[in-house]
Design a protein around this ligand. Structure first.
Ligand code: SF4
Ligand code: SF4
Length: 122
């Protein structure tokens, strides 16, 4: 997956607008992530899979389920219920993956290393 519309050397700091948690689309989860999130929620991996995931369209792996309006099942108001252990797919946007036109839908602001040396991703 490519990167689009990035300013040279910038790190895009998330502003927690939650738009990326609200638009429809898959949030793939690996087996390791399933174990970690299930542990965080205090349920078994099987229970987590049954309650919170479904088969990806490609039929290769699992994705978090979404509500009828397309928002992620773990979005609670403006908070992610699994923020501490959210999947890499979430943490990686928009710095490790994005799509053409992403900046019109994401409020992350570009910063450069000299702006702040204590950057935190996602
Ligand atoms: S897991 Fe959390 S960060 Fe990822 S889409 Fe769902 S609510 Fe958003
Ligand atoms: S990554 Fe962008 S779209 Fe997602 S919550 Fe942060 S600012 Fe909003």
């Amino acid at each position: 997956m490519g990167l689009f519309d990035m300013e040279e050397g910038a790190f895009y700091r998330c502003q927690r607008c939650t738009n990326c948690c609200r638009w429809p689309g898959e949030v793939p989860v690996t087996g390791e992530e399933i174990d970690t999130i299930a542990d965080f929620l205090g349920v078994t991996a099987d229970a987590f899979i049954a309650r919170f995931t479904t088969l990806r369209r490609s039929r290769r792996g699992l994705t978090l389920i979404e509500e009828q309006d397309g928002k992620c099942v773990f979005l609670d108001g403006i908070d992610c219920r699994i923020q501490e252990v959210k999947p890499n797919h979430c943490a990686g946007f928009p710095n490790r993956w994005n799509f053409p036109g992403w900046r019109s839908e994401c409020e992350a602001r570009p910063e450069w290393a000299s702006d702040d040396d204590t950057r935190v991703k996602g």
